[in-house]
Design a protein around this ligand. Structure first.
Ligand code: NAD
Length: 363
C-alpha cells in the first residue's frame, strides 16, 4: 500500500507531520511518499498541482492532505491559486463523495456554542456530492441581461444541474454508509423551488427502494439548517448536493466547537480517497506550533478505515485521541480552564504515547 503525503501550506506541514508520526507507530505495511502541493508547489514549480504531485496521488492507494492557501496568493490568476490543487485532485482522482463527520467528544461539549445537552454524544455524518451542482454547471459567466428585472444591465449567472447517475451514485454511498451506522438517511434538497432538487429527491427515493433496511426522510435545506442547531442528534447520515453540503457541513462543524477536531474524506467509486482536515491552512497561526493536529490525525484514521481496510488500526487512533482528551490535553483552540495547554507536537506525541501504551501527562 502506498500513501501520498501532501502537506501543503501554512499549518498543513505541521499537522501532517504529526499524523505521519502516528501512522508510523502503527507499524503497518505501507509506504509513504511526500510531494509539494498548493502555494508551496506554486513557489517551487510554478503550479499548485505539479504533474509529479498528481502522478504520485494517482499511483497511491490513498492521499493524506494537509491544507493549502495563503493570503499572499490571493492576487494570482485563478488557475494558479493554491485552492485549485484541491479541485484538480478531486477532478483527476474522480472523487465525488465527501464525508464530513461531526462528532462532539464528551470532554469538549463546552466548546460548542449550543447547550451541552444538545451536542453531548453528537455523531452525524454529512455526505456531500462533490462533482456536480451549481459549482460546475455550464454555461456560466457574465453577460448583458436580455430579460429579467433589468434588461440591458450587466449580469452574472451560473447553472445548477445534476444528472441521474450522479445522484444515484451518491445516494448509494449514503445508504451504504448508513448501514454501518444507525441506519437513517436524511436527504436535503430544495425541491419546493428548484427543478434540479425535485429531480434529486425523486432519484434518491428511487434508489432507496434497494435499501429497505435504511430509513429515509427528506428535508428542505432551510429546515435542515434550523434542525441542525435545534436538534442535531436527531440526524444520522445527511446526504445532499455540492453547495448545500458545503454550507451545512461547516454549520455542523461548529456544533462540535472546534474545526481543529474535524476530519474529512473524499472518495472515488473504488473507495480510494483523499483525506484532509476540514479546516484550512490557518495562516494566522502557521509556524507557531500551536495548531491542533487532531483533525488530521483523525483523517488518517478515516483513511485506514475507508481506503486501506485497516479498521482496527483506525479504531486504535480514535481511541488514542479519546484518551488524550480524557487526560486533559488541549491545543489552544479547544483549551478551557482546568485543562493542560499543549502545542502541535506535544499533542501528536501524546497520541503516539496513547497508542503505544505509554503514560500521558495529566493535569
Ligand atoms: P482556516 O480554516 O484556515 O482558519 C479559520 C480559523 O480557524 C483561523 O482562526 C485559524 O487559526 C483556526 N484554525 C483552523 N485550523 C485550526 C487548527 N488545526 N488548530 C487551531 N486553529 C485552527 O480558514 P480561513 O482562515 O478562512 O482560510 C485560510 C486559508 O486556508 C485560505 O487561503 C483559504 O483559502 C484556505 N483554505 C484551505 C482549505 C483546504 O486546504 N482544504 C479549506 C479552507 C480554507
Amino acid at each position: 500500500m502506498k500513501i501520498a503525503i501532501l502537506p501543503g501550506d501554512g499549518i498543513g506541514t505541521e499537522i501532517v507531520a504529526e499524523a505521519v508520526k502516528v501512522l508510523k507507530v502503527l507499524d503497518l505495511p505501507f509506504e509513504m511518499e511526500s510531494a509539494l502541493v498548493g502555494g508551496a508547489a506554486y513557489d517551487a514549480h510554478g503550479h499548485p498541482l505539479p504533474e509529479a504531485t498528481l502522478k504520485l496521488a494517482q499511483a497511491a492507494d490513498a492521499v493524506l492532505f494537509g491544507a493549502v492557501g495563503d493570503w499572499k496568493y490571493d492576487k494570482l490568476e485563478r488557475q494558479y491559486r493554491p485552492e485549485q490543487a484541491i479541485l484538480g485532485l478531486r477532478k483527476h482522482l474522480g472523487l465525488f463523495a465527501n464525508f464530513r463527520p461531526a462528532i462532539c467528544y464528551e470532554q469538549l461539549t463546552h466548546a460548542s456554542s449550543l447547550k451541552p445537552e444538545l451536542v453531548a454524544g453528537l455523531d452525524i455524518l454529512i455526505i456531500r456530492e462533490l462533482t456536480g451542482d451549481i459549482s460546475f454547471g455550464q454555461p456560466r459567466g457574465r453577460r448583458t441581461a436580455v430579460d429579467g428585472h433589468f434588461p440591458g444591465a450587466p449580469e452574472a449567472f451560473d447553472t445548477m444541474r445534476y444528472s441521474k447517475p450522479e445522484i444515484e451514485r451518491i445516494a448509494h454511498v449514503a445508504f451504504q454508509a448508513a448501514r454501518k451506522r444507525r441506519g437513517r438517511v436524511t436527504s436535503v434538497d430544495k425541491a419546493n423551488v428548484l427543478e434540479t432538487f425535485q429531480f434529486w429527491k425523486d432519484v434518491v427515493t428511487e434508489v432507496h427502494a434497494q435499501y429497505p433496511d435504511v430509513a429515509l426522510d427528506h428535508l428542505y435545506v432551510d429546515n435542515a439548517a434550523m434542525q441542525l442547531v435545534k436538534a442535531p442528534k436527531a440526524f444520522d447520515v445527511i446526504v445532499t448536493g455540492n453547495m448545500f453540503g458545503d454550507i451545512l457541513s461547516d454549520e455542523a462543524a461548529m456544533l462540535t466547537g472546534s474545526i481543529g477536531m474535524l476530519p474529512s474524506a473524499s472518495l472515488d467509486r473504488n473507495n480510494k480517497g483523499l483525506y484532509e482536515p476540514s479546516h484550512g491552512s490557518a495562516p494566522d497561526i502557521a509556524g507557531k506550533g500551536i495548531a491542533n493536529p487532531l483533525a488530521t490525525i483523525l483523517s488518517a484514521a478515516m483513511m485506514l478505515r475507508y481506503s486501506l481496510q485497516q479498521p482496527d488500526a483506525a479504531a486504535r487512533i480514535e481511541q488514542a485521541v479519546q484518551a488524550v482528551l480524557a487526560a486533559g490535553l488541549r491545543t489552544g483552540d479547544i483549551w478551557s480552564e482546568g485543562t493542560q495547554r499543549v502545542g502541535t507536537r506535544e499533542m501528536g506525541d501524546a497520541v503516539v504515547a496513547a497508542i503505544t501504551g505509554k503514560t500521558i501527562t495529566k493535569t
